[in-house]
Design a protein around this ligand. Sequence first.
Ligand code: UD1
Length: 345
Amino acid sequence: MKILLTGAAGFIGTHIGVQAQARGHEIVALDAFLPQAHGEGARPGGFALLDLRHDDLDDVLDGVDVVCHQAAMVGNGVDAQDLPDYAEHNDAGTARLLAAMARAGVRDLVLASSMVVYGDGRYTCPVDGDVPPDVRREDDLDAGRYDPRCPVCGGEIRWREIAEDTPFLPRTSYAASKVAQEHYAGAWCTLEGARTIALRYHNVYGPGMPADTPYAGVAAIFRSAIARGDAPQVFEDGQQMRDFVHVTDVARANVLAIEQVSDHPAGLTPYNVASGQTFTIGQMAAVLAGAAGAPAPVLTGDFRRFDVRHVVASPEAAKQGLGFVAEVAPRDGLARLATDPLRMR
Ligand code: UD1
């Protein structure tokens, strides 16, 4: 198959390119080499240097069977001044790509989405049943009460595994842009009778992760702290649940999606891409620090207003629909991350 891979020079895109080529696919590797991700002036060969926001995309789509769209501005964002960048790169960039695909007659898309579309996810209240959690109260957080409350009775609730039919509840600029990408792709499917597989990545980690930047996730932040000889700083009480999924598994999920998207029904089909093994941030910090022989993690009790408390995915739909089951257990992959190379800018 001929695949247009956007964000091909990025952390996840690089691994997808390697695995797709190993499966015999032809890759058109496209990347904008944004300075915030790659540093100023980075221009490795072998890439179509194009920016989805304004460059002509018609030539690179010639003869393409499937587009695998990884290019995006990532991370939580620093402050409200980031909003236009998320909207321009992620929303408008995707809309322009979809319009160009319609002109080129390309009807199959694999889209990098994220678990951030679920925001705080769903919980079970012993009194009120299945509920979205209330936004955490500042006085609760100050008092060291980190778990959210029931939005109806204000009582204690328990997190549940999130399936793909969980309603969208984006909390950050990035999350809003990922929801928008899914909506644009869905609209394009309706207009074109086209197919999209949206892969909702959970916390991706592994070799080639970008080193600590204001937009980095917790695995990169802890890995960078360890490289400096510092202890990982664990926020809240360290009991926040996440699903850490290895980048080689994420790349394999993409290749499976690329190869099977044309067999899917018209419209957008979402899949969680997760290891299926729950891990707390405290456990993850301990595994990383232990493997590196670094100072033990420090529980700071700090918190960030925009953080969601627990996000745990059901990997069942990806298993049924794509035959995807993660191979790297977080305990092994996170231990290896202690010595995996990071991408330095
Ligand atoms: C992360 C990504 C998000 C991505 C999602 C799924 C970032 C910033 N976030 O969201 O873009 O879509 O995974 O792949 O890239 N924490 C600490 N110490 C720190 C930093 C964070 O304890 O120094 C804690 C946070 O309080 C939070 C948890 O680690 O509870 C995860 O934080 P983070 O990786 O930033 O965000 P996610 O919500 O997991």
